[in-house]
Design a protein around this ligand. Sequence first.
Ligand SMILES: [Zn+2]
Ligand SMILES: [Zn+2]
Length: 170
Amino acid sequence: MSNSRPRQRMKPCCMELEGGIRNRGLRMTLPRQLVAQVLESADGYLSAEDIYSIIREEYPAIGLATVYRTLVLLDEMGIVNRYNFGEGRARYIAAEDQTAEHHHQLICERCYKVIKYSDFSEDERELYKKVESVLSEKHGFEIKRHIVQFHGICPDCRKESQNESSNSDV
Ligand SMILES: [Zn+2]
Ligand SMILES: [Zn+2]
């Protein structure tokens, strides 16, 4: 019998999210720490069930209800962001201001993989600066930050659907 290893090891630390929890005057509890760790090392939007199943591998005493309550609290505190993609359950990601670098996101509507990028081209930087200044003029609104998400189909899912359509041709 081979050793069964957790499929996703949790990072030993998650400085940004843990800092966010403490900065907001919240006590650091084990469930908060674990949920923060899972979300910080995730490369996609996770549902409460996804988070629970990762935590359960090492901490079976923590129940799904605790994960739900923790997520509600972290969402209220702005430490995580909650999204609804219309699949009947929420998905969560570490809030943008908890991560070090400003980035934009490409989100796959099929597998919910999120590609974060921060290697902006000069054109992109100029464009967003311009959009911000036009908007702030038009609405008399002082813009402090922005979140940019593009929704679509990732390369893997595109490949899959191409395979499917070529199979159905046969
Ligand atoms: Zn940006
Ligand atoms: Zn995909």
